[in-house]
Design a protein around this ligand. Sequence first.
Ligand code: PLP
Length: 406
Amino acid sequence: MFKLNDNYLKLPGSYLFSTIGRKVNAYSAANPDKKIIRLGIGDVTQPLAPVVIQALHHAVDEMGKAETFRGYSPDLGYEFLRNAIAENDYRARGCNISADEIFVSDGAKSDSGNIQEIFSLDNRIAVCDPVYPVYVDSNVMAGRTGNYDGNTEIWSNVIYMPCTAANNFAPELPKETPDLIYLCFPNNPTGATVTKAQLQEWVDYANKVGAVIIFDAAYEAYISEADVPHSIYECEGARTCAIELHSFSKNAGFTGVRLGYTVIPKDLKCGDVALHSLWARRHGTKYNGAPYIVQRAGEAVYSEEGKAQLKKQVAYYMNNASYIYNGLKEAGFTVSGGVNAPYIWLQTPKGMTSWEFFDYLLENVNVVGTPGSGFGPSGEGYFRLTAFGSYENTVEAVDRIKTLKL
Ligand code: PLP
């Protein structure tokens, strides 16, 4: 008789967004006349930029002709895209990363979930709390739980680093020593960032204790302040301790198109073994590459026209972010984020729990956000709103929230 991977059974019942979906659907079925505004899930709403559409059309036409048809893509991605990434995301920023250290993928979710596979199950991981749920869940699925005591949220192999108002939502170096450290800045869900000097402390720490930092830069395009690093490789010594994850979802609206990449510098080693070679082995065995047409669309993101069009798209969302931030502040909420990230993190009023506030907003003003507790214990008492809606919906949602007598 077969057996299950019972690590899956140790995970809490359902993924955050399915619970939200269920609650919203139930409310909407009972109240069909209400217009619900969703500022919950971090999905984009603006259409793809014209330059991306052109590149997609062109690549589709190429696929229709024998002379230009492409089959399987190279394991690690097409040179044209890896060169564009290396040039624009790294060399132009003074970071020493070459095209052959870049692994093209179908997005940062897969990579952030899969990267743990190349590490031993004995490794202890450190995560920010609150945190993008994939980091912890993928480690639990793999069995990196430590002594499981039946608590479906706290794992002895996971070191939680609280990010609260007291530390400006930036973690402190942990007291216990981790082997893998997940950092995501600008952060989902808090919208917080760290300065280059703060990130340098993490790089120095990781090199000192022999840990690997998995740095998720999915929201890098939203950085507006000068001293916030766009890449961990802006820090000295990061080549020997850091892996970086990138997504085309938030900077170019590819949530439905699917494209991302991971950087593993060849200097990152465990003894004599380069992590690059393990990830290349894993990629070659389990992945057959992002579609050619999508990689061409990704290349277009780096053209001059592409950069200009996407700058406008990011500005559109950030205009929403400042509307939410300022509107809620005026209404008396304690808010943060929204300056270098498309997320606004607010304290729930009147001591409500995150889920109580979720229900309160849904029922009273028909606005959907994300309960902070869904991202970890320190997210309790907080709530996330995203700037990814349309401007009109964002304004209406904030104006409705302002009418609440709290
Ligand atoms: N990393 C973080 C921190 C995210 O918030 C998200 C998506 O919301 C992702 C990764 C996933 O990105 P992708 O769409 O490239 O899979």
